[in-house]
Design a protein around this ligand. Structure first.
Ligand code: SAH
Ligand code: SF4
Length: 379
């Protein structure tokens, strides 16, 4: 089997090339052809010796993910569905904004965390993506969307993607060994050259891996909080039973010491009558104040799907909830829903993926045994 060169960060490619008897600068050239120029055919790589190109063609390939579909939303959001084999698919979403382009990348087919409000979680876990499969999403999107620059601009193209958010399918910190080289390629100046502040890992709170990320490759961090207390968070984000809020807050504080940004983004999916009571907003204020965590809140309107049995908070409730946080001096944004017409919004990804682990049955059982009543009791 040939080696997929998308699997390597620069140091990995250098080591691989050295085993072929090739010098470091050859690996740099190759890496630039692949990631900066989007080349997959070794014959295109005109500054590599013919003999090297022949060797590469025999041993290696630049293998993209097979594309199943591409949908473009009225608002310019693009959703791609990629085949990752054995009936599994993952999705990648491009979100254009006036001043930047963001790519939402998947890290796993399915997810083992099983959050109540997430359709990926309801599908169960299929498998980890490889580094190549994570990088292939960016490689494909950047080169598909990149525009030639206007004449006279002095650069050959304008970059399509300035931000990457690991907020597609899967829990990136449960696929750490594949994630790390992928992040390094995103950041490398010989590849995509993204700023550390513009690559965001979003996690449901895998505490030991937050520490590892801080040591190995600090990038912007988003933590999916969704509840101010353990009782509710245990129910919404089952991983909280292993790493409760107290430990999570301590991990955030440790991360802030090495983070490229001076705040953590807390994501909070707004669920009607579940976690959107104003007392819960106040409890969040107290939580982050008690721990002294410098943070921003990103309130995400819940994207409903039938099996969840949940609904999105009313718009005025989201605004009042945000107002409590804002009044306490916490920067708070309400995420605009993008790509609604193509099902590209958060938590709606890869609806077609098979339910291999009978997760929907387990969820149905859990709904019966642990009804969510916390917020209703408060009202
Ligand atoms: N596993 C990681 C990253 C992928 S999920 C994490 O949980 O952080 C990315 C974001 O989408 C998370 O904040 C998650 O809580 C949110 N999300 C999941 N399902 C959603 C839904 N149905 N509606 C709105 N947001 C959702
Ligand atoms: Fe997994 Fe994130 Fe979905 Fe939770 S919200 S099930 S961690 S993808």
């Amino acid at each position: 089997m040939r080696v997929n060169l998308l699997d390597f960060d620069l140091e990995g490619l250098v080591a691989w090339c050295e085993r072929l008897g090739e010098k470091r600068f050859r690996a740099v050239q190759l890496y630039r052809w692949i990631h900066q120029k989007g080349a997959s055919d070794f014959d295109q790589m005109s500054d590599l010796a013919k003999s090297l190109r022949a060797k590469l063609a025999a041993l290696a390939e630049v293998k993209a993910l097979p594309l199943l579909s591409e949908h473009v939303s009225d608002d310019g959001t693009v959703k791609w569905l990629f085949d990752v084999g054995q009936g599994n698919a993952v999705e990648t979403v491009y979100i254009p904004e006036a001043d930047r382009g963001t790519l939402c990348v998947s890290s796993q087919a399915g997810c083992a965390v099983g959050c109540r409000f997430c359709s990926t979680g309801h599908q169960g876990f299929s498998r980890n993506l490889s580094t190549a499969e994570i990088v292939a999403q960016l490689w494909f999107a950047e080169h598909r969307l990149r525009q030639p620059a206007a004449p006279g601009e002095g650069v050959p193209f304008t970059r399509a993607i300035d931000n990457v958010v690991m907020m597609g399918m899967g829990e990136p910190l449960q696929n750490y060994s594949a994630l790390l080289p992928a992040l390094r390629t995103m950041l490398d100046d010989h590849a995509y050259g993204l700023s550390r502040r513009r690559v965001t890992v979003s996690t449901s709170g895998v505490v030991p891996m937050i520490d590892r990320l801080g040591q190995d490759c600090p990038v912007a961090l988003a933590v999916s909080l969704h509840a101010p207390d353990d009782a509710l968070r245990n129910n919404l984000v089952p991983l909280n039973r292993k790493y409760p809020i107290e430990e999570l807050m301590q991990a955030c504080l440790r991360y802030l010491e090495v983070a490229p940004r001076d705040f953590i983004t807390f994501e909070y999916c707004m669920l009607d009558g579940v976690n959107d009571h104003l007392q819960q907003a106040q409890a969040l204020v107290e939580l982050v104040r008690r721990h002294g965590v410098s943070c921003k809140f990103n309130l995400i309107p819940f994207n409903p799907f039938p099996a969840s049995g949940l609904s999105c908070s009313q718009r005025p409730q989201v605004q009042s909830f945000a107002a409590v946080l804002l009044q306490a001096g916490i920067v708070t944004t309400v995420r605009r829903t993008r790509g609604d017409d193509i099902d590209a919004a958060c938590g709606q990804l890869a609806g077609e993926v098979q339910d291999r682990t009978r997760a929907s049955e387990r969820f149905a059982q859990r709904r019966q045994t642990i009804p969510i009543v916390v917020a209703k009791e408060l009202q």
